[in-house]
Design a protein around this ligand. Structure first.
Ligand SMILES: *Cc1c(COP(=O)(O)O)cnc(C)c1O
Length: 244
């Protein structure tokens, strides 16, 4: 049964990727850039390895997982030879040592203490871990991340930590039906990204601005995103199986 539904969804994944690629290209051009300037991440939480590998076969070269355990459970079955993986979900400090060095970038660094833990474990492992700072751009109680007005200061502190490199910012925008207002929110992130870049801090390179999901990736690109994280628009609605 599982096999059959996987096969059935394969054509959908390919078609979805094609449409999203066109939408990304259009939005990139509208924002004065080219489609090559915007990187598509396929968000693979709850998606099984067969379907993820199919997306990789269709040209996906970056995947994002929310949970350390889920990623490590699937990793051996994934064809990651030409595909990078990032962690995009809230990270608990007791999981840090399991994920260090296993993903190219940890996008969801939301406190100074988690950054310290990542640095410590990276140094212990003899490696450098790339991170992004997560920003709670809508100041929502329900979301993780630094506030927009504190992220520059926190970035300066985190940049001092050995074993990590700060490579940019990420956010999950508030739900907002007003598209113009949404673009404005993304532009606030972009402006902060440019401000921090202008500070030329040691150990900080503002190269990745990760924002936009299935419902808002076009607005995110119009606001300046250069990496969009798209899940359900590629793989269909998520089916959460209760495994706990
Ligand atoms: C799930 C998730 C996404 C993708 O969400 P979709 O709406 O399915 O595209 C992007 N970013 C983060 C942090 C997520 O948790």
């Amino acid at each position: 049964m599982e096999k059959l539904s996987d096969e059935f969804r394969f054509s959908d994944i390919e078609e979805n990727l094609k449409v999203i690629g066109e939408n990304i290209a259009d939005a990139a051009v509208k924002s004065g850039r080219s489609e090559k300037d915007v990187h598509l991440m396929a968000v693979t939480k709850t998606v099984n390895a067969i379907r993820i590998n199919h997306a990789i076969d269709c040209g996906v070269n970056l995947i994002g997982e929310n949970r350390v355990q889920e990623f490590l459970g699937k990793e051996a079955d994934l064809h990651l030879e030409n595909c990078n993986a990032h962690l995009i979900g809230h990270l608990q400090s007791n999981k840090v040592k399991q994920i260090i060095g296993k993903v190219d970038v940890i996008q969801s660094v939301d406190t100074l203490s988690i950054a310290n833990e990542i640095g410590k474990r990276a140094v212990n492992g003899g490696l450098n871990q790339k991170i992004l700072l997560e920003v709670n751009v809508g100041n929502e109680d329900s979301k993780f991340g630094f506030n927009l007005d504190e992220v520059e200061e926190r970035c300066a502190e985190i940049a001092e930590i050995e074993g990590i490199s700060v490579c940019g910012l990420m956010c999950v925008a508030p739900i907002c039906d007003d598209k113009a207002a949404l673009i404005k929110i993304f532009q606030n992130m972009y402006n902060k990204f440019i401000d921090i870049d202008g500070q030329k801090m040691d150990n900080v390179s503002m190269s990745i601005l990760s924002m936009g999901m299935s419902g808002d990736y076009e607005q995110a690109i119009l606001g300046g995103a250069n990496l969009v994280r798209v899940g359900s628009a590629i793989f269909g609605p998520r089916i959460y199986r209760d495994k706990h």
